[in-house]
Design a protein around this ligand. Sequence first.
Ligand SMILES: [Ca+2]
Ligand SMILES: [Ca+2]
Length: 301
Amino acid sequence: MCRFPAAPMAALARPVRLALLALVAMAALVTPLFAAPLSAKNDPEALPGITGTRGSKDIGEAWLIAPTARYPHFVRGQQFEAGGLRVRMADGRVLTLMLDGNHVFEDRTARLADLDGDGRDEIILVLTSLDRGASLAVYEVRGEKIRLKAQTPDEGRPFRWLNPAGIADYTGDGRLDIALVQKPHLVKELQIWTLEGGKLVQLFSVASVSNHHNGSLETDLSASADLDGDGVTDLAIASGNYAYLRVFSFSGRRPQEIDRVALPSPVVGNFSLAKKNNGWLLRFRLADGQSFARFFSPDNA
Ligand SMILES: [Ca+2]
Ligand SMILES: [Ca+2]
């Protein structure tokens, strides 16, 4: 085996030495420019185990920070909720909102959607008061501040949660709506909200649905897509007793249950939707460990 001893700097010809020193100096200057931007992945304050939400408008990425145990409800079985929100704007600025000691984000995902159609994303989160329970909150970035833009009424008492089910134009009027389940372990009411005149307004409610089992990390027992092929997004969700798949259309502001399927075992897993041929394949896990699949084709509607 042949080994080459490292050449000491002094032994190198002067032009080579100067060139090497110049390279080192350039690398030192250039490295900070290529350092990874702050994100959910490398932020030491980020909630454990979360993924940031990427935006395509004014917000580059948003994520929850500052784990706290000050609200011991813990619907996911994890012993923390979020005490703050961090946003990296598309222009690189990093903004932070810290909640006061009487609130938490009872959430893991900072959802991004342009609810008012002004070309800038809003941030949609479950904001919980330690005394009055959960509400759905819409935040916006104004200048250097993240500020509360609109909020649904809170539950009125602690340890009452709501779980967002989807953000889509469910009515077909060209504006995004928010679907959520009020008290997914108790009352189990689906509600559709929309932003009108800067306020969140409830359009519809439907009884007996749920999108979460208490204590589970899987909070997405629902999915949104145009399942009947009429051009307007529909919502698939578990029934309140988890024994049925229910599918709703709110097209033209007329709520309709367009499909209901009895399941061989209660649904426990997150819904996943994949485009297949000209339809959608919906899949989720059942309590018996089997996977359930249903194909929605506009031709069968
Ligand atoms: Ca907006
Ligand atoms: Ca539809």
